[in-house]
Design a protein around this ligand. Structure first.
Ligand code: PLP
Length: 499
């Protein structure tokens, strides 16, 4: 399998090269040059496989320049050990007669980013070996929360790599901060930046754009890279859990083999749901993909009208990992739905850059509408959904997953579609315990309580255990204390690498 850019101006490359580069040299995103499809029999056979075997079965079709042994090693290192606290890796739980929850948060950081970031570093290290690259990879990440910790866990002590994560001193929760500053690993650095997320991000972008600095790093054998969600190596592992969920539903007798189901996905950068689109185009019987947004509902408007318009206020919500105005991975969908018209993609993306908006043609709009349905839920609806689902089903949702459950209810009311639906659950409720406790116990009971006390309260109230990744967090030693201004981000990286 080869990879081409959605902008049409980059060489066609192997998967190892595409993963090493992350973003294509022409600014586009890498996509496989030809479709992969599985027969209904092949999909049936997955029911008797473990998660790791299902992963290898799917990955080998896309990463054809990796040997079977290399892929098994990557899969085993990511999903085989004790990093995930569930033997099924991504277990499925029945919510009601027509709905199951796919729990994607059993990894070390309790959010779905682990599904991809546990394996991407393994792909990357092999990609360096395979392409004869001798440099040491330095991953720079600016994070507003979930990605930073997941990247730290994924890259910690991976040979041939280092990682430096910058987080806004004021912009992450107490739990998220504690998760990062207690990170163990000989190759990890965590730095607080004075300011908000934009300050951290613009500071990191400046380092990537500083040619003189990059040359100095290259001279010393370092190669800067990012682990962001447009890397094909992050998208491809996400396809696996769509197949895995289906295989489990067939296995437990909830659906018949070949029966079509829906997926409802809490969406931000469009990476998770795009993996669902890939699964569907590979033959997985999916009827509708339900794209759930919070109050930052750019995607809902796009799916309903064909116009993508980022000219709107950026809202901070209780589902912060979906607070996004530019969903980068949408570019891959548009490329495939226009039958790979790179020229068209270039035109739309340059309009997005200059005007902040673009409108797709009627044919593309209709294709999007036939596959996707989208709605949004505000913070009030999110909290009400957490409370309702706990009271009715005794199941605890985090704020992101609650957005998806709420939007699924809207979908069913509006369309009357009774198709069995799987909701992708993207975070443990304990990761966003402040909001979840508020939904269940009311604002008054939170008065004066810290996030760590709330973890315990929530656990006592629900009888759900605090996940290993968050347990005892308050007692772990702080290993990273550096704080910088955004102008000093480059200096901090230099200090770590060159001295
Ligand atoms: C990243 C994230 C999302 C959004 O996923 P995308 O692939 O960016 O659409 C949703 N929920 C949680 C908890 C996340 O961390």
């Amino acid at each position: 399998m080869k990879y081409e850019s959605t902008r049409g101006n980059s060489p066609v490359l192997s998967s190892a090269e595409a993963i090493k580069l992350g973003i294509a040299p022409d600014g586009g995103l890498f996509v496989p040059t030809s479709p992969v499809t599985f027969s209904p029999e092949a999909i049936d056979r997955m029911s008797s496989l473990s998660y790791g075997q299902r992963a290898t079965f799917i990955l080998k079709e896309f990463l054809t320049d990796y040997t079977a042994e290399e892929l098994s090693q990557c899969v085993e290192a990511a999903y085989g050990g004790s990093k995930f606290d569930s033997p099924e890796v991504a277990p499925i739980k029945k919510l009601t007669g027509d709905t199951s929850i796919l729990e994607l948060w059993h990894g070390p950081t309790c959010a779905f980013k682990d599904m991809a970031l546990q394996i991407l570093p393994r792909f990357l290290v092999k990609a360096l070996e395979k392409t004869g690259e001798k440099t040491h990879i330095v991953i720079l990440v600016a994070t507003s929360g979930d990605t930073g910790k997941a990247a730290l866990e994924g890259f910690a002590d991976v040979p041939g790599t280092s990682i430096v994560v910058f987080f806004p001193e004021q912009g992450v929760s107490a739990v998220q901060k504690r998760q990062m500053v207690t990170q163990i690993g000989g190759n990890v650095h965590v730095v607080a930046v004075r300011g908000n997320f934009d300050d951290a991000q613009s500071g990191v972008k400046q380092v990537f754009g500083d040619c003189a600095l990059k040359a100095r790093f290259n001279d010393r054998g370092f190669n800067l890279s990012s682990a962001n969600s447009i890397n094909w190596g992050r998208l491809v592992p996400q396809i696996v859990y769509y197949f895995s969920a289906y295989a489990d539903l067939v296995k437990e007798g909830t659906i018949k083999s070949g029966e079509k189901i829906n997926f409802a996905v809490p969406t931000g950068n469009f990476g998770n749901i795009l993996a669902g689109f890939y699964a569907r185009s590979m033959g997985l019987p999916i009827h509708r993909l339900i794209c759930a947004a919070n109050a930052n509902n750019v995607l809902t408007d796009f799916i309903n009208t064909g116009t993508y318009d980022r000219n709107r206020e950026f809202l901070k919500t209780l589902s912060p990992s979906m607070d996004i105005l530019i969903s980068s991975n949408l570019e891959r969908l548009l490329y495939l739905l226009t039958d790979r018209k790179a020229e068209q993609i270039n035109a739309w993306m340059s309009e997005l850059k200059t005007k902040g908006s673009y409108t797709v043609d009627a044919k593309t709009r209709n294709k999007v509408k036939a596959l996707f349905w989208s709605g949004s839920a505000d913070d009030g609806e999110t909290l009400a959904t957490i409370k309702e689902v706990w009271e009715r089903q005794n199941y605890l949702l985090d704020t992101h997953t609650a957005v998806a459950v709420n939007v699924l209810e809207k979908y069913r009311r509006e369309t009357g579609d009774a198709t069995y639906t799987v909701v992708a659950s993207t975070a443990s409720p304990f990761k966003f315990n402040g909001s979840v406790a508020k939904a269940l116990l009311g604002e008054e009971t939170l008065e004066g309580k810290g996030e760590f006390a709330l973890l315990q309260d929530l656990s006592s109230y629900t009888g759900w255990p605090i996940p290993g990744g968050l347990h005892g967090l308050e007692q772990r030693p702080v290993l990273h204390q550096k704080v910088v201004n955004k102008e000093q981000i480059g200096d901090a990286v230099q200090e770590y690498l060159l001295t």
